[in-house]
Design a protein around this ligand. Sequence first.
Ligand code: ATP
Length: 301
Amino acid sequence: LLQLFRPLDMLGWVYRTIRQGLVDMAQMFQLMDTNVEVEDTPGAPALVVNRPTLAFEDVHFGYDKDRTILHGLTFEVPAGQHHALVGPSGAGKSTIGRLLFRFYDPQQGRILIDGQDIASVQQESLRAHIGIVPQDSVLFNDTIGYNIGYGREDANEEEIIRAARDAAIWPFIEKLPKGLETEVGERGLKLSGGEKQRVAIARTLLKNPPILLLDEATSALDTRTEQDILTTLHRVSEGRTTISIAHRLSTIADADLIHVIQDGRICEQGHHAELLRRDGLYAEMWNRQLSEEAELEDAAE
Ligand code: ATP
């Protein structure tokens, strides 16, 4: 019987999740694949954030009990700082994001926001404090205005325009004959990767969260678009505690601290210049990317 109810349970969860404005997560966290294993303890208090500090304390985690993915991860992001997670594919970077959003609980250790263990607060209140700009945003087949305001049903047009402006997508929308009422998605206007990402940024701005999780696109935007988006993200993350999951190291060279993750452990930690001097994994990844970019440039000439 339980087997029978599980899919219904799952549907209800997906519905609630979508209602909470988390649909953007679909891509990043593969919503449908995520276990429904985390539940609020009865009477759990809401998360209260005065100073958005973030701490992982000796976090051990595996999706299956016979394979540990994170082996005792400890790091702290002071309020308002920008930290980056880098490392080889499969190192555990996205897993850290999933734990922060509490799609799973660690088997050992704690994750604290402003001193409160995220496992003992209401999930809804936790997620209300974290904004995510995913690699590739999911858009609804609806108007562009709806897509920006999504998750903040009370937002008025003025607020939507302000968010669009701050995300640098307003000049584009303004030129469309139907403006915010323009239909986008499968049957409407197709947006480029960069435009979709700006819609996601505008959506996050409306939510105004103190903590940001940026999942950098692996799919290459052209360099100019990428630079523009980075400038926007920079502005948006000011004054917020930010974690970036980065693939292109050039995009996080000015982070307050870079954590290099390998096999679920922090193997190096420091600023860009320090890590280059250390001549370890980060320096190796950096040099490899430089030569790959040079090869691409040569090929383009
Ligand atoms: P990339 O840079 O390629 O995105 P990553 O560092 O973000 O990689 P994760 O996605 O965190 O890596 O994955 C870490 C490990 O956990 C990988 O070995 C992956 O196969 C495994 N993993 C990820 N998601 C699941 C899941 N839902 N169930 C079981 N194992 C998973």
